[in-house]
Design a protein around this ligand. Structure first.
Ligand code: IPM
Ligand code: MG
Length: 353
């Protein structure tokens, strides 16, 4: 198969971990006689430095015309001034919106070897295997009106939590489909005791649930889910929620595994190119040292093969190779090991036959 993959390394450790994932994709291409070609564009702080904007039109067009996009991370202290007119994160939001990737899949899987790195007691981790589906192109991140206004001698700031019915329908439907392929339990997370948008969300989830009698639907309030994630994380299978609730809950859920560094994500839309990125940030404190954990990005590349290129065998092969590498203790410092980014990458490639 031929595929054209856009690499957006971004800032901080981005270039190191995207390079690792590219090596793994090249090993897969060689093993299976695929042809992947890669092109690279800037996003985030490095793009601001070069072009004055966090994502150029040219870069966005290249992404839109690709088979899939693999992204590292954006941001860093250099661009963190809250009064700055342009911010690295704007590039990421423009990319998500521009590609129309409304569904962000963030699985939380526990590797037995890493249980000791988790802040939770190991008995709480037994059976934890959840998939959080975060709505990615609506809600508070994009709602209008938005801005800062002067009113009666006071400054006022406004963000709006807006959802159209069709935006809720498509993400909830995908959540039911994913739950159907797993343990058939769906938790729809909202704040329906307070928010109008949550009440619409809840009624749509209930209505769609009638089409999925084999899936158990539970509605839960976001504050209580925040608590249950640490008290009884194994009680979840698929969780679906709006953009900002999902942002917060996925960081919380991610630390259950012991490190943000191992978690991949896939962002999918209606058939266009998918966007794949690790869920961790740009870790500027360790950038350039060759010690960043490449696993979150390598597993994101596996998702790219599975969801955008439909190469299930190849995706599973990367996942098995990662598991083997972790089991062998070839891990970076964030996981308690002392292997370099390149050593982990080479160990993964070694296991791809
Ligand atoms: C994430 C990140 C982003 C978000 C930031 C960098 C804009 O936290 O992907 O979870 O809030 O979506
Ligand atoms: Mg986040």
């Amino acid at each position: 198969m031929n595929a054209h993959i856009v690499l957006l390394s971004g800032d901080g450790i981005g270039p190191e971990i995207v390079d690792a994932a590219r090596q793994v994709l090249e090993a897969i291409a060689a093993r299976w006689k695929h042809r992947f070609d890669f092109s690279e564009y800037l996003i985030g702080g490095c793009s601001i430095d070069r072009f004055g904007t966090a994502l150029t039109e040219e870069a966005l067009m290249a992404c839109k015309n690709s088979s899939a996009v693999l992204l590292g991370a954006v941001g860093g202290p250099k661009w963190d001034d809250p009064s700055a007119a342009v911010r690295p994160e704007q590039g990421l939001l423009a990319l998500r919106k521009g590609l129309g990737v409304f569904a962000n899949l963030r699985p939380v899987k526990i590797y037995s070897k890493l249980v000791g790195a988790s802040p939770l007691k190991s008995e709480k981790l037994t059976g934890v295997d959840m998939l959080i589906l975060r709505e990615l192109t609506g809600g508070l991140y994009f709602g209008q009106p938005r801005g800062r206004f002067f009113e009666d001698a006071h400054e006022k700031a406004v963000d709006s939590l807006v959802y159209y019915d069709y935006e809720i329908e498509r993400i909830v439907r995908l959540a039911f489909d994913l739950a159907r392929s797993r343990r058939k339990k769906l938790t729809s997370v909202d704040k329906a005791n307070v928010l109008e948008s949550s009440r619409l969300w809840r009624s749509i989830a209930t209505a769609i649930g009638k089409e999925y009698p084999d899936v158990t639907l539970e509605h839960a309030l976001v504050d209580s889910v925040a608590m249950r994630l640490v008290v009884s994380p194994s009680s979840f299978d698929v969780i679906v929620t709006e953009n900002m609730f999902g942002d917060i809950l996925t960081d919380e859920a991610a630390v259950l595994t012991g490190s943000l560094g191992v978690l991949p994500s896939a962002s999918l839309g209606d058939g266009g190119p998918g966007l794949y990125e690790p869920i961790h940030g740009s870790a500027p404190d360790i950038a350039g040292k060759g010690i960043a954990n490449p696993i979150g990005t390598v597993l994101s590349a596996a998702f790219l093969l599975r969801y955008s290129l439909k190469l299930e065998t190849e995706a599973a092969q990367i996942e098995a190779a990662v598991e083997k590498t972790i089991e062998a203790g070839i891990i970076t410092a964030d996981l308690g090991g002392n292997s370099s980014t390149q050593a982990v990458t080479e160990a993964i490639i070694q296991s791809i036959h």
